[in-house]
Design a protein around this ligand. Structure first.
Ligand code: FES
Length: 155
């Protein structure tokens, strides 16, 4: 039986489609294989923030670190850090130097410099965070470790 030119073209097309399908299936299997073999780990930033040398913070100052979401306070008793996250529904609070308070823009909670609530719906004070000085003399704040109030670090 003699093959027509159309049969050869049709056979060639089916072979190309088959090879293309195998290539797509192989790529899919490679992607799923890579995902299956990679560790199922959630990479999060470190909770420890290096806020720099203590002399950056003048006495009786409140410094906001928006990246870390914390306040670094330099009081007469020493340094301490507060979370900037409101304890009501988690909005980012703001320091109001003219009023000498920390205010939440969402529902109006207000806190004093020590994080104590003075007004609004927030159920708890702002958390005090662990602060320490490393070997290089930098102030570090651990955002994941609350400490009791009045936990000052003297430098
Ligand atoms: S989130 Fe701050 S008062 Fe509601």
């Amino acid at each position: 039986m003699e093959q027509s030119k159309d049969d050869v073209t049709r056979r060639g097309s089916f072979i190309k489609i088959g090879i293309g399908s195998l290539a797509v299936a192989g790529c899919g299997a490679a992607v799923f294989g890579y995902q299956f073999l990679s560790p199922n780990v959630l990479y999060e930033p470190s909770p420890i923030a290096n806020v720099g040398k203590p002399d950056r913070f003048p006495p009786d100052s409140v410094t906001v670190d928006l990246v870390a979401g914390i306040y670094i306070m330099h009081a007469a008793e020493g340094f301490y850090a507060l979370t900037a996250t409101c304890t009501h529904l988690g909005c980012l609070t703001a320091w109001k130097p003219d009023l000498n308070i920390i205010a939440c823009p969402c529902h109006g909670s207000k806190f004093n410099r020590r994080g104590v609530k003075i007004d609004g719906p927030a159920p708890r004070p702002l958390a005090w965070l662990k602060v320490w000085v490393n070997d290089e003399g930098d102030l570090l704040v651990d955002r994941s470790t609350p400490v009791p109030q009045d936990h000052f670090v003297r430098v």
